[in-house]
Design a protein around this ligand. Structure first.
Ligand code: MIC
Ligand code: SF4
Length: 645
């Protein structure tokens, strides 16, 4: 039987385990990326390994999230990252050079290679034929140390594209349609792999939009073949020599096949406040909008920015709308400048921001009270924009610009003839924003600002745990709920004692204090707990507050891995109905937990203070069990190094 592209790449990189879906496997990692909000911690973790240099083929450190410098902290972090990159042999993409995923796709992505990134949208590079996976910072630090990455062998879902998209319909609508069908947990444990005749006209940046937003399905990754389109993109980037053909075998078998007829698609939109709350644009058309932003790692390519500019030709932005452009990279900005599109945008009254994440993670651009904000961003989780009770809709650049013109949500087909999709045969290239590391970093001094605090130490797992139920939450809790971001909290990413004060703050302002006073504690949750970002702070900070276990109906992949890495025991209800048997402020007692974990027990009995008992499943690999028993991945790695392994 033949192989899918995903299976071919995994096979080439397989270090441990059998390629049977669900089985623990380990793969070697060729490239890593970090961004500043997760990177400071990842590099502190890499530093703790004591290695003099990264052991990957390529590692890149991007600064794109914490760009606001309202005090010394973010600027200090940028200098720390630049110096540590030079020391350890890492490329450094300067602040303002662009969003990690966009720049990586342009300048570094190589078909058939593996990429591990400390950002959940790392799969963007799957648009260029890579197997790119998002992970917590500690996993990325271990990959930089040359360790393989551990995961469950994913199922490979085939998405067969047929037909051709109509005018004003674009890649964003394809993935919105898939999100509508599958929901934010529809991709858990799976890689979405695209194939079929509909691919022949889909360019790499468009594929990257789809791969990027596959993350919102909870998927492990999204992979496109490396075909002539991939070759054309690499050629336009002056990197054709990085190309090689990788396509699924004709007899490759997928665990399931989803078919999308592109010609039947219409403009779609995700309504507040979840990326899967998707309807056709026409169903919500007419709603007044106050802010429209085109940007983020999902939709800020040259094609997207220039399409918006061309759609605006001879048209005006509504006086009621703040229309904003966040270019994905300096390359996008520079090429849009050369083609005249930037000038047209400026002339039309768009607010042009620097290249970076900006409002996508609440770094400015917060919408006004009780207004609709329309964005081409990745996520519209409640409050992520920085405004309480926000009403954020997610859509294509086409829908965004049409709505900015009319001041109400508008199906872009109402604009009449569509402009030709902008494309470039050869991008104007300029890598001045990327600093190469010196051959030898020995003499480089790491610059540490006062905001960078050492990593806390975590003790081993005790045999028995008596835990206070600190919080009980519903389904689909995001890492934005657990460890909020935004301009006030993001600068604290290198300071665990400080950032931990904000754990669950948007749901329960008194949480941090209560957790510290009632530690050790447990959180009880519903389905898809921890969806969204890769931020390990959503595990690290609760652990610092004394959270030792989570008992939920199901977990999102990256968050579960982060919990294990920081010694928080992830348990799921054997019977989801037992969720109702435990209330906030109850106590639960787990006897013999450490022995159960170490001995490979699949489930365990938990006593509740109300007198009942519930069964919890421990779905853990052998390695997960050892890490949990040691108290954290770093403890485990250090113990192995001390033992001379
Ligand atoms: C996000 O989009 O939520 C982020 C901010 O990029 C996160 C990373 C982080 O929290 O630093 C992600 O997607 O992993
Ligand atoms: Fe940045 Fe938003 Fe992309 Fe996260 S989703 S990397 S915050 S642009």
């Amino acid at each position: 039987m033949g192989f899918t592209v995903t299976q071919k790449i995994i096979k080439e990189h397989l270090r441990e385990g059998e390629m049977i879906p669900g089985n623990p496997i380990a793969i070697s990692i060729d490239q890593t990326l970090t961004q500043d909000a997760t990177g400071t911690m990842a590099y502190l973790e890499f530093e703790a390994t004591g290695l003099p240099r990264v052991r990957t083929e390529l590692s890149v450190s991007y600064v794109d999230h914490n760009l606001l410098q309202s005090d010394f902290r973010n600027a200090d972090d940028h200098r720390f990252l630049q110096s540590i990159a030079a020391k350890y042999g890492i490329y450094f993409s300067r602040p303002g050079n662009g969003i990690c995923h966009q720049v990586h796709l342009e300048r570094f992505a190589v078909p058939g290679k593996t990429l591990l990134g400390s950002d959940s949208h790392t799969p963007t590079a799957g648009g260029g034929g890579m197997l790119a996976i998002g992970a917590g910072g500690l996993d990325v630090a271990m990959a930089m140390a040359g360790q393989p990455f551990h995961l469950r062998m994913p199922e490979v879902v085939g998405v067969r594209l047929v037909g051709e998209m109509g005018p004003w319909v674009s890649a964003r609508d394809v993935i919105l349609e898939i999100l509508r069908r599958l929901s934010v947990k529809g991709g858990v444990g799976k890689v979405m792999e695209y194939f079929g005749p509909g691919l022949s006209r889909l360019t790499v940046p468009e594929r990257a939009t789809i791969a990027n937003l596959g993350t919102e399905l909870g998927a492990t990754s999204t992979v496109f073949p490396s075909d002539e389109m991939a070759r054309a993109f690499l050629k336009a980037q002056g990197r054709e020599d990085a190309w090689r053909r990788i396509e699924a075998d004709p007899d490759a078998s997928y665990s399931e096949i989803i078919e999308i007829d592109l010609s039947g698609l219409e403009p779609m939109i995700a309504c507040p406040s979840s990326p899967d709350n998707v309807v056709p644009v026409r169903e919500v058309a007419g709603k007044p909008v106050a802010q429209v932003i085109v940007g983020s790692c999902a939709n800020s390519s040259y094609r997207d920015i220039c399409l918006v500019s061309r759609a605006l030709q001879d048209r005006k932005i509504s006086p009621d709308v703040s229309f904003e452009i966040n270019p994905g990279s300096r390359q996008v900005l520079e090429n849009a400048d050369m083609s005249g599109d930037l000038q047209a945008l400026i002339h039309a009254g768009a607010r042009i921001h620097q290249c970076g994440c900006l409002g996508c993670i609440g770094m400015g651009q917060a919408p006004a009270t009780d207004t609709v904000s329309l964005r081409t961003f990745t996520r519209n989780f409640p409050g992520r924009s920085g405004t309480k009770n926000d009403q954020v809709y997610l859509c294509s650049p086409e829908t965004a610009v049409a709505s900015a013109i009319y001041g109400v949500i508008t199906d872009p087909r109402d604009l009449g003839d569509a402009p030709q999709a902008p494309s470039v045969d050869n991008f104007f290239l300029n890598d001045n924003g990327i600093i190469h590391p010196p051959e030898n970093g020995e003499s480089v001094e790491i610059i540490r600002g006062p905001n960078i605090k050492p990593l806390p130490e975590f003790e081993q797992l005790p045999e028995d745990l008596e835990l206070n139920v600190l919080l009980k939450v519903e389904d689909n809790i995001t890492t934005d709920h657990i460890m909020p971001a935004g301009s006030k909290i993001l600068p604290l990413r290198s300071n665990i004692p400080e950032i931990s004060k904000y754990v669950f703050s948007s749901l329960d302002a008194g949480f941090a204090e209560r957790a510290l006073a009632n530690s050790p504690g447990v959180i009880v949750g519903g389905e898809n707990y921890g969806q969204g970002s890769s931020r390990e702070h959503a595990a690290l900070a609760p652990r610092y507050l004394g959270v030792r276990a989570k008992l939920v109906k199901s977990f999102a992949r990256i968050h579960k891995a982060n919990l294990i890495n920081f010694g928080i025991v992830p348990m799921t209800f054997a019977d989801p109905a037992d969720y109702d048997k435990i209330s906030q402020d109850d106590k639960i007692i787990i006897r013999g937990l450490k022995t159960a974990i170490e001995s490979g027990a699949q489930d365990i009995s938990i006593e509740t203070s109300s007198g009942g008992a519930v069964r919890a499943l421990l779905d853990l690999s052998q390695r997960d069990r050892q890490i949990l028993a040691s108290g954290s991945l770093l403890n485990w790695v250090k113990a192995r190094i001390d033992a001379g392994e």
